[in-house]
Design a protein around this ligand. Structure first.
Ligand SMILES: Nc1ncnc2c1ncn2[C@@H]1O[C@H](COP(=O)(O)OS(=O)(=O)O)[C@@H](OP(=O)(O)O)[C@H]1O
Ligand SMILES: [Mg+2]
Ligand SMILES: [Mg+2]
Ligand SMILES: [Mg+2]
Length: 409
């Protein structure tokens, strides 16, 4: 699945404003009054006073996270509106390069500013910690002034379409501050939002798949995740084909509650489930579009061992996790080249979207991903994702292929 359909993207972007409006803060005001221990008594950087230490250590199971999920859906949907607008008008001049030479666009910055703004507004009673991909360094330089003006305009226009924030428009300084709220280091204690404002920037630039990926960690565990995929068809993309033109999916998952998908223009959510294929010959697999991001030859050798007949489906971004969560394919394999360190924002939202849909996400050694170690994932070799039935044979094939590869070196 690659190309976005321009006509349907326009329809989705108009519609998504309706959907965002329906996540109004007033609809969950009752959750504010029934919330658990106030967030302001939960310090992130200092030693625990006894009244906080008495709080159950395993927070996730008993928490509802309803207002956080509503805020996350609203934030990601509004950010997706901004991205859709930019993708339609994409100009080469909008693309900057970070020091690692990865691309970054006005939409990456604008999306991060919007998510940060919306979460802070919607959850103002809670301390706010955000681990996010972008920072404002380049925008603060003289050479970034015009870009910053453009981002500020885009952010204000997008926020205005929602109608629930009546305050005066954000200044460029407000936008820089909102972007820089994303500098948190995360960790194993307390709550941290994790954001990839555009995952798959290269896909975004090609006019293809990308995702706004937002998750919440509580004491190091992912407890909710939202994936907005503006160009992903609402219908299945199994076999790399789709019969329908309508695009724009919002996946969301909360610990213990399953995974749901709705259209970005606000249809009712439907519960999704991973494929229940048990015979690997019938499975199809996803992998990164970019060869530089994952060793396609290694995934190919694993697929041959499993007897997979279908060719790989190459799409950008965590849209792969979303598509897998609804059963469009059964396996996702990702084997970065030596030396690359995976970031938590590239997997946190996708991971809970798949696991709550009944899937399994592990590293190449079969260990669950650990999101509690800061901005990076500390993992063995690669990431594999599939359903419960296929995981044992997939792990075996991965182990054998890795052994063969290392014996050749
Ligand atoms: N060398 C290398 N190896 C592995 N991964 C890398 C590498 N370089 C970048 N990245 C990260 O890949 C993110 C894009 O996700 P995907 O790999 O799924 O997309 S793609 O299909 O390859 O476009 C991409 O996320 P974004 O920067 O948000 O687009 C990067 O974090
Ligand atoms: Mg990037
Ligand atoms: Mg990314
Ligand atoms: Mg990104």
């Amino acid at each position: 699945m690659t190309a976005a359909a321009p006509a349907t993207s326009v329809a989705a972007s108009v519609g998504c404003l309706r959907a965002v409006a329906s996540f109004s803060s007033s609809t969950y005001s009752h959750f504010l009054s029934t919330s658990r221990i106030p967030r302001f008594v939960k310090p992130h950087f200092i030693s625990l006073p006894s009244f906080v230490a008495s709080r159950p250590l395993v927070a996730s199971a008993s928490m509802s996270y309803d207002k956080e999920l509503a805020a996350a859906k609203k934030a990601a949907s509004l950010a997706a509106c901004l991205c859709q607008k930019v993708q339609k008008e994409l100009l080469q001049s909008d693309v900057q390069s970070k020091s690692d030479r990865s691309p970054v666009t006005v939409a990456d910055y604008g999306s991060q500013a919007i998510v940060s703004f919306v979460l802070e507004r919607e959850l103002s009673a809670e301390p706010f910690s955000l681990v996010a991909e972008e920072d404002s360094g380049d925008l603060r330089k003289d050479s970034g002034k015009d870009t910053l003006q453009r981002i500020t305009k885009l952010v204000n226009e997008t926020i205005a379409t929602d109608g629930s924030y009546s305050a005066s428009p954000l200044s460029p300084e407000d936008v820089l501050r909102a972007i820089d709220s994303g500098k948190s280091e995360g960790g194993s204690f307390g709550r941290h939002w994790v954001l990839d404002p555009i995952d798959g920037t290269k896909g975004f630039l090609r006019g293809e798949q990308y995702a706004v990926a937002l998750a919440l960690l509580d004491d190091g565990k992912v407890v909710l995740g939202v994936l907005a995929c503006p160009n992903l068809p609402l219908a299945s993309i199994a076999g790399n084909v789709t019969s329908e033109n309508a695009v724009g999916c919002l996946f969301f998952a909360k610990v213990g509650s399953g995974t749901f998908m709705q259209s970005l223009d606000g249809s009712s959510p439907v519960k999704v489930h991973v494929s229940d294929i048990g015979n690997s010959e019938d499975a199809s697999f996803f992998e990164s579009y970019e060869k530089a991001h994952s060793m396609h030859d290694l995934a190919g050798s694993i697929a041959r061992k499993l007897g997979v007949k279908a060719p790989p489906v190459r799409i950008d971004s965590q849209a792969k996790y979303g598509a897998l969560s609804r059963g469009d394919g059964a396996i996702y394999m990702r084997f970065p080249h030596k030396g690359y360190r995976e970031k938590i924002w590239d997997h946190a939202a996708g991971c809970i979207v798949v696991t709550e849909a009944g899937g399994v996400v592990t590293d190449a050694a079969g260990q669950p991903l650990d999101f509690s170690q800061g901005r990076y994932l500390d993992l063995d070799t690669g990431i594999i994702v599939t359903n419960q039935k296929l995981m044992p044979s997939l792990l075996k094939a991965v182990r054998e292929s890795l052994e063969e590869k290392s014996s050749l070196l």
